[in-house]
Write a protein that binds this ligand. Sequence first.
Ligand SMILES: [Zn+2]
Length: 441
Amino acid sequence: MFAMLLAVSMSAPAHSQGRVAVVRDAEIETLLKDYAKPVLQAAGLKANRVEIVLVNDRSFNAFVDGQRIFMNTGALMAAEVPNEIIGVLAHEAGHLAGGHQQRMREQIAAARTMTIVGGLLGAGAIAAGSISGNSGSSRAGGALITAAPGLAQRNLLSYRRSEEMNADQAAARYLNATGQSMQGMLTTFERFSRSLSLAGVQVDQYQISHPLPRERIALLEELARKSRHFDARDPAHLIQRHNLARAKIAAYSGGAQAVARLFSDDRGSLAARYGDAIATDLSGSSAASLTKLDALIREQPKNPYFHEFRGEVLLKLRRNDEAVKAFRNAVALDPAKSPLIRARLGFALVTTGNPGNMGRAIDELRAAVQADPDNFNAYRTLSQAYGFAGDIANAELVMAEGNFRAGNTREAKVFAARALQKLPKGSPGAIRANDILTIGN
Ligand SMILES: [Zn+2]
């Protein structure tokens, strides 16, 4: 019991106020979606209905709440190959498909929906120090933004043992059905059981939320032995994306040193150099970072996230027109059409202050908030774009909507009232403003 409490209190400031720090990043979110899609389909779940949420926490953990799978950044860092994370996602999909954790789901449904309050990369000091458990280079904020849903830590601990075994069996079925190995899952759970024996020091949240008795390991081994695809390997392109994502997390959580540690075997790899370029920017050397990014782009000109990060660096260097071009490239190359990148293109367009850019900015930002209504910063930037374009009524309506979505009901009503005075009577905007004004009264 003491060890459990210790583990909770050691488990990063993210949880210290009963909150989960959510981070947003187009590259990592898209990767996790790509990992999850086949196993979710095998589980009979609609992949686009299940949200995968990245949690800013160095410990190894993943959990579900009914429609969402939460994955810690620490789990990605620890996983040497995609298959280890895919195994965890398959297990969590087993929980979702099995309708487990009913009690926890009810608790969360009663709480307010998640609200993103942090800042996106380069958007200022809002996200400063957002990387948990880190002493060094977190001040840069960054691609990772913080959020504060009301999800109490204790809710995450209420997993039931029988549900764990069921989820393991389901995961084995999904992995087999998709021709993927169970090896990663086994590696992951064996790693837990080893660290568990280190008594106290390395106790990890995942062990608490996913109890791991000997019988469970035995079941996993038996399932793995029977698996026809045990020797299946992740495709090379997925391994590279995995390492690029880990490099980014390492750079944000521990700077250049963490990147060097993670890739000590292969310091010249693309991922190691990507992590180094990010860490270089975060340490304040944006011009040097740009040189490193340009070299990476010569090597992989179609990687949308290289262009995205280049856009962020250019914004810091106040080369706004070039930043717009970089984000345009990123949006054009991004197969997932991530609303996060579109929001950053919109932001870059707004920072130019050029009235001729505001139409495109409004289009990008409208698309971004439509796909991703939790992105409060995108609403704020959209409001600025309307302001630059001289459309004050819509600037205020957008702030009403953004605050409403973020749960800031009082602010939402103030903006809605102002918008209502300026919008044409009976227009869709006026009707929406009126709705926001009267909701909850
Ligand atoms: Zn579980």
